[in-house]
Design a protein around this ligand. Structure first.
Ligand code: MV4
Length: 660
């Protein structure tokens, strides 16, 4: 076995690899950028070497810095993780030349699978099924159109150098072909400086089913069953699972053997994934091969009971595969979700900020949390905004799905917006529960999934108000004692505070209440509600309201409050002034700043008539320009900002006149 390994990565995968390497007794070396000096993976490793500035190109992508760190620390091997240098043939080559073991395939295998057309040509030769199509060198438009006619429409025009759906256009019929071809070529030229195209039969509702393969240096190669990764959004995987729902033993064997054939045909070594498109009629076609350990490998680990990083380290040390094909057993069902700092209700805009409250479900035989983040850490724009992976297992898909719903409900993150509520909606979606899977799932169910966070109802509002009052730092406007110190024996007299429902449409709610023995009596529109509650230092709010016992998570940071209730997280802000109650319709007349930033343009003035979708103002934030558009037609009544203004989240920028 190897004696030491340098992990040329960061975040959750670096932590994950260090865990296994340490369990096997290896000395672990981390590398880090200036932005990661206090990161978890640095703390976990036996040694750590700074390799450069915060940008990946100045650190995690700097091959010579990584190799120099390995030499400086005497690391015998380098594990690349995924992303960064993991599929860089030149890096694998450089490791070999430096006599450092690259934990992955030979550079030749990485190169073989680098280009789509070359990979497909190799697979065709190896007898691996391909989507009917053309991937030749003759790129004359007439030749490409002739192949489209022969395949039959609809056809998919794909950039050979492409990936992640870029440079991919559908021609539904012959008359569309030339325009779509020109458009795909332009996109490919811009994205990859390579406009070579391949033409394929377009599968209308394919599933993305990938096979995990493993090969050693002794000619052995096995498949560790399949993963279904069809639930994607803009070519980003959202939920991955193993095994693929509806997979038969025969089809699994055929796909597995095709994947092994693909791996053997390029002299593969190590962990690899062969991606297929699976059509509704059970036919499957090679899509591409990933020559790295995938993000979603934990679902395979759960159903096989294996540690794939242990296999990687053993194979890299020259050992034979620990098990033969007939010794591999598939048990149960696993699901993985990726928790991201992104806002599904703002077109999945990446989020940055500091995590002020972080609570994951306890890890058990059913629940695994892979993360590189701890409370107090910041998510920056330098790297992929993944916060954690939640992976669950149970005896079958239904039970695993229940585990996922519970694990998500126990995941509490505040300080920045995450996609957890969106994932909870997915995990609770009926079509998903029925495994009605294909790559168009999210698009087809968008209306049921978004907005991911509902407007806060009475219960969430009262619990948030209770948490605020109990946390002892809220200031009820005309509370005779300026700071509510929790219990108050005095009766009588009313107080109120106002909450803006930030994640639920910015409506403002004025909460009127009396202090009562052991709690508060809230005055709702047509009734009153006694709420007694306790709030722990970890933010566990235990309340009794309306005769029901409710548990919720409560996190406060400045004026911001996050309430975690029934799997949803509501972000609210205590309004600084006693604002009158304003319903969502009144709130909709106001254009609120979605995040802090600087106004760089205002396109309207008071009295301007605008149509739905019209650009109103441009906000610069997180190095991006965000055009604030009219959600409906109307007349601008008030303009509260001008170019150059620095504004804070929640600030009113513009206001429409009330209709009528
Ligand atoms: C396809 C296809 C339908 N027909 N090829 C998307 C990017 C790359 N991974 C291949 N992709 C597709 N190729 C044919 N002939 C549909 C997709 C596709 C897709 C594939 C897998 C996972 C998600 C996807 C989302 C959109 C389109």
């Amino acid at each position: 076995m190897l004696k030491s390994v340098l992990i040329a990565n960061r975040g959750e995968i670096a932590c994950r690899v260090i865990k296994t390497a340490r369990r096997l007794g290896l000395r672990t070396i981390a590398v880090y950028s200036d932005a990661d000096a206090d990161a978890l993976h640095v703390a976990m490793a036996d040694e750590a070497v700074r390799i450069g500035g915060p940008f990946a190109r100045d650190s995690y992508l700097k091959m010579d810095a990584v190799i120099a760190a390995a030499k400086q620390t005497g690391a015998e091997a380098i594990h690349p993780g995924y992303g960064f240098l993991s599929e860089n043939a030149g890096f694998a080559q450089a490791c070999a030349e430096a006599k450092i073991v690259f934990v992955g395939p030979p550079a030749s295998a990485i190169r073989a699978m680098g280009g789509k057309s070359e990979a497909k040509a190799l697979m065709a030769k190896a007898g691996v099924p391909l989507v009917p199509g053309y991937h030749g060198d003759d790129q004359d438009p007439a030749r490409l159109e002739k192949s489209a006619d022969e395949i039959g429409y609809p056809v998919l025009i794909k950039a050979s150098a492409g990936g992640g759906g870029k440079g991919m256009k559908v021609a539904q019929k012959k008359s569309e072909f030339r325009d779509q071809l020109a458009s795909a070529k332009r996109e490919a030229q811009n994205s990859f400086s390579d406009d070579r195209m391949l033409i394929e039969k377009y599968l209308t509702r394919p599933r993305h089913v990938e096979i995990q393969v493993f090969a050693d240096t002794h000619g052995n190669c096995v498949y560790l069953f399949e993963r279904d990764c069809s639930i994607q959004r803009r070519h980003q995987k959202v939920i991955e699972e193993a095994p693929a729902p509806g997979m038969t033993v025969a089809l699994r064997q055929r796909m597995g053997e095709a994947a092994v054939t693909a791996a053997k045909s390029i002299g593969y070594v190590g962990a690899g994934t062969v991606e297929f498109l699976l059509d509704a009629d059970g036919s499957f076609y090679f899509m591409e091969m990933n020559t790295r350990l995938q993000v979603e490998h934990p679902v395979t680990e759960f159903i096989t009971g294996l540690d794939l990083v242990e296999w990687q380290l053993r194979v890299a040390a020259g050992e034979k595969l620990p098990l033969a094909q007939d010794q591999l057993v598939l048990n149960g069902h696993a699901l993985e979700v990726r928790i991201y700092a992104e806002d599904p209700d703002r077109d999945f805009l990446p989020q940055t900020g500091r995590i002020t409250h972080l609570r994951f479900p306890a890890e058990t035989a059913h629940v695994r949390v892979d993360t590189g983040i701890t409370e107090g850490k910041a998510i920056s724009t330098y790297y992929d905004p993944m916060i954690a992976k939640l992976v669950v297992w149970d005896r079958d898909r239904g039970a695993a799905l229940a585990q996922l719903r519970r694990a998500l409900a126990e995941t509490e993150i505040s300080g920045l917006v995450t996609n957890t509520a969106f994932l909870a909606k997915l995990a609770g979606n009926k079509a998903f529960a029925k495994a009605d899977l294909d790559t168009g799932f999210i698009g087809r169910h968008e209306k049921e999934l978004l907005p991911s966070v509902p407007a806060a109802g009475d219960e969430a509002l009262l619990l948030a108000a209770t948490g605020l009052l109990l946390s002892g730092r809220s200031v009820a406007e005309d509370d005779p004692w300026s700071v509510a110190d929790g219990w108050r024996l005095y009766g009588g007299g009313q107080d109120h505070l106002s909450l803006i429902d930030i994640s639920g449409g910015q409506a403002i709610h004025r909460i009127v209440f009396d202090y009562a023995k052991g709690g508060f009596v809230f005055h709702l529109k047509k009734s009153t509600m006694l709420v007694t509650a306790t709030l722990s230092s970890e933010g566990r709010l235990g309340a009794e309201l309306g005769g029901r016992r409710v548990w919720a998570g409560f996190a406060k940071s400045g004026d911001d409050v996050t309430l975690f209730l029934d799997g949803a997280s509501y972000r609210m802000r205590q309004a600084p002034i006693a604002m009158e109650d304003e319903g969502a319709e009144a709130a909709a007349l106001r254009i609120i700043a979605p995040m802090p930033g600087r106004i760089i343009a205002v396109h309207v003035a008071e009295g301007t008539q605008v149509e739905k979708g019209a650009p109103l103002a441009v906000l610069e934030a997180m190095k991006m320009e965000h055009v604030l558009k009219a959600g409906h037609s109307g007349t601008i009544e008030h303009v509260g900002c001008k170019p150059g203004d620095q504004i804070r989240e929640g600030q009113e920028l513009l206001r429409f006149a009330a209709p009528g």
